[in-house]
Write a protein that binds this ligand. Sequence first.
Ligand SMILES: C[S@@+](CC[C@H](N)C(=O)[O-])C[C@H]1O[C@@H](n2cnc3c(N)ncnc32)[C@H](O)[C@@H]1O
Length: 479
Amino acid sequence: MSSDLRLGSTAEVLELLLGFRFEPTRKGEVEAAVRERMSRRGMAGLEDYARLLAEPEQRAIEARCLADLTTINETYFLREPQHHEIFLELVRAPSMQEPARQPLQVLSLGCSTGEEPYSIAMTLREAGFDPQRARVHAVDASPTVIARAERGCYSDWSLRNVSESQRARYFVRSRAGNALCEDIKAYVRFEVRNALEEDDSFWKSRRFDFVFCRNVLIYFTPQAAREVVRRCAQVLAPEGYLFLGHSETGHASRDFQVQQARGAFFFKRGSAASSTPARTTLPRERRPVTAPRRVAARGASRAAAAAHVLEASRSESLLSPRFWRLWQEKQLSQVAAELVALPQTPELCLLRAALLTQQGQLDEARSLCLHLLSEEPTLAAAHQLLGMAREHVGDLRAASQHYRRAAALDPDFALAILRAGILARRLGEPNEARRLLREAVRLMPYQSERTLLLFGGGFSADALLSLGRSELLFCGGSQ
Ligand SMILES: C[S@@+](CC[C@H](N)C(=O)[O-])C[C@H]1O[C@@H](n2cnc3c(N)ncnc32)[C@H](O)[C@@H]1O
């Protein structure tokens, strides 16, 4: 690392050390963490701290401490259960049983407090592997979570996906929680390791048959995510498999072939050329000629392209007519299969988020939208999806703010204005509700078919129009 390292802001420290990109809402917390480290190390300012971080050993120490202070460690047993079912089928295949392949090696990258690697161990156990024939290496940048993982004692909440019979087999209940049995612990070795720290002897070892790197990349900058996926490819044996979180599948590179089973994706080490769908031109959707295109008239800003997602964006040409037909027919797992092999443009990530929302994976959709907004704060459609996710959990105030932001970014976005109007009425703001609902009713006939398909919650323009009208009457308004 060069000794003239420059840091413009505290956020850059985290980007440099751990690859993170933070949601704007976490700015204060992140800044406080970096300032705390600087003061503990007696650094007067960022320039001094940059000098310290230029030394590899110091940099590794700071990365560990900052990982402890800033990482999000949410996890639970058998998260994204389809992955564990697929893993069970894969390890049961005859090729995995060959003595030459033993012991099977699994890497859990970003293992947090241990639920993921221990779930993998439980699955290995169920597939008939003992700890001599299969091993799990679990790494995380945060020493605190690794220490908790090694203890192996969990709350009921953490076991919410674990069946009664598995609880009885693998856990001993006590007042302190659910202690994992030693038989399962014996499969797993933990290590504090930063996925961004160079170490060729580890990353280029090609020794793992499986890598689980789930719900980690979502917090990374695009460059850091690319680098970590490259390392996953290098650490895998030929024909090895990679599992990414549901909202991260778009990060897989051309080093991998996309595989699909049980409505989920996973990736096989190899050339991806054969799995890339043909790229055809999408016919533009028709709009009424009288549509009020105020935003477009101002110069087709990014916000407008975002609300109507693909119009006027280069990503449009990557999607085939079949893609839209599948979406209209609600064949969502096939839509996901088409999307997974496409690049990570903001517009296509928004489509992924809209798809996750329709599949009911609201946490994943929310994470993806927050990530997108941290890169591109004017994406109206991302605010719309965040509004839907907040409304789903009953946080009407936050939902209302997101809808209003979406409407402010794209004043033609009738769906956002309608939701904002409905929530204004429910939150006791009748004047605002009337204003918004009148505007929504005026604009709804012009809302494009595609926008309705992606953000209309399964309702037609007519149904949404009558909803807007009845809401308006309900709060004492007329058109
Ligand atoms: C949200 S948890 C996901 C846990 C688990 N993989 C799952 O899907 O349930 C993300 C974990 O990634 C870890 N992490 C973040 N950045 C990392 C990095 N640069 N190197 C290693 N681990 C990292 C965090 O400390 C955190 O424990």
